[in-house]
Ligand binder design. Structure first.
Ligand code: 76R
Length: 282
């Protein structure tokens, strides 16, 4: 009688703690303040020329095939404008930034903040499933066989998720942007929770979010290693009250109630680039 021997199953504590993620478009938010005093001192015709040059460049960027840009008029003291850019790479983002810096209008703008990130889809469900299945087969994490299987899962998901990884600029009128962290405190530390527990909480988070699917478009971008917070949250909607309701409801959800830390909130109203001259009072 022959017995088939299986390699021993790998225990959960030896599996990677980090979930699989898919990365897509590079994102830059530019918060800008207008130097109104200097701007208003210009002759009307000069203002019109300068505004037209900027407006033309931004109209092109709105339609850029490799990733779009959009202008929002910011409410409150945190700045006057927020430009949101999606591009294929950091190099392209940097090119866009430098092209804009070359505009004459840039002499009348100054940055009040900025945020650099990459569109991120967290794959908690597939991570748990895939890590578990490979562990049951005794395939050691980070072995060549393990890496090949993981890459296959990622490649499949990347293809299925392409429209979400490289999104078009949502057409909605209002934007709400803010950066976030997950808590790393002495008592509450997201990064110390077992994968299965994080997956459970993120699943519940997604279920709350899904009820708002028709009213709000959410884009989560990862910024660990790129900026001062861990994620950027962009919400787009045609009614700003939806932001308040969704974010309020999420505060009661376990993962937000226990682990969410929030940065500065920015709310803006879409300003089509063609209307920039009018917006500048020209
Ligand atoms: O991407 C997906 O749709 C899959 C499920 C999902 C993930 C992985 C999801 C769904 N989110 C994910 C990740 Mn979210 N989200 C926020 C906020 O946290 C708060 O209390 C407020 C900030 C909102 C309003 C929101 C909305 N989400 C994340 C992450 C990364 C965390 C990680 O990976 O550890 C953060 C920081 C975060 C925060 N989320 C949704 C929404 C909405 C509306 C959905 C459902 C989208 C849909 O199904 O159409």
């Amino acid at each position: 009688m022959s017995t088939v021997t299986h390699p021993p199953e790998i225990a959960a504590e030896h599996l990677p703690a980090v979930p699989l993620t898919l990365e897509g478009a590079s994102m830059l938010h530019q918060m800008l303040r207008v130097r109104w005093t200097a701007w208003k001192q210009l002759a009307d015709s000069e203002r019109a020329d300068i505004a037209l040059e900027a407006s033309n460049m931004l109209v092109e960027m709105e339609r850029e095939a490799s990733g779009q840009s959009a202008i929002f008029s910011l409410l409150g003291h945190k700045g006057d404008l927020i430009l949101v850019h999606f591009r294929r790479s950091f190099d392209e983002l940097n090119q866009a930034e430098r092209k804009l810096a070359g505009l004459r209008l840039w002499d009348y703008l100054e940055p009040s903040s900025s945020y650099l990130s990459v569109v991120e889809l967290g794959l908690y469900d597939s991570s748990l499933k895939t890590y578990g299945a490979l562990a049951a087969r005794g395939i050691a994490p980070f072995s060549p066989e393990w890496s090949a299987e993981i890459e296959e899962v990622l490649a499949r998901q990347r293809e299925a998720m392409a429209p979400r990884l490289y999104p078009d600029m949502p057409p909605h009128k209002y934007l709400c942007f803010y950066p976030m962290d997950r808590k790393r405190g002495e008592l509450k530390n997201w990064y110390r929770l077992p994968m299965a527990e994080r997956q459970r909480q993120m699943h519940a988070h997604g279920m709350v979010g899904r009820r708002y699917a028709g009213e709000v478009k959410q884009i989560i971008s990862g910024s660990i290693g790129f900026d001062d917070w861990e994620w950027g949250v962009d919400l787009f909607a045609d009614d700003p009250l939806v932001f308040k309701k969704l974010i309020y409801e999420m505060r009661f959800d376990e993962v937000s109630a226990d682990y969410a830390l929030f940065g500065t909130f920015y709310v803006g109203i879409r300003c089509p680039a063609a209307d920039l001259g009018k917006w500048l009072g020209g």
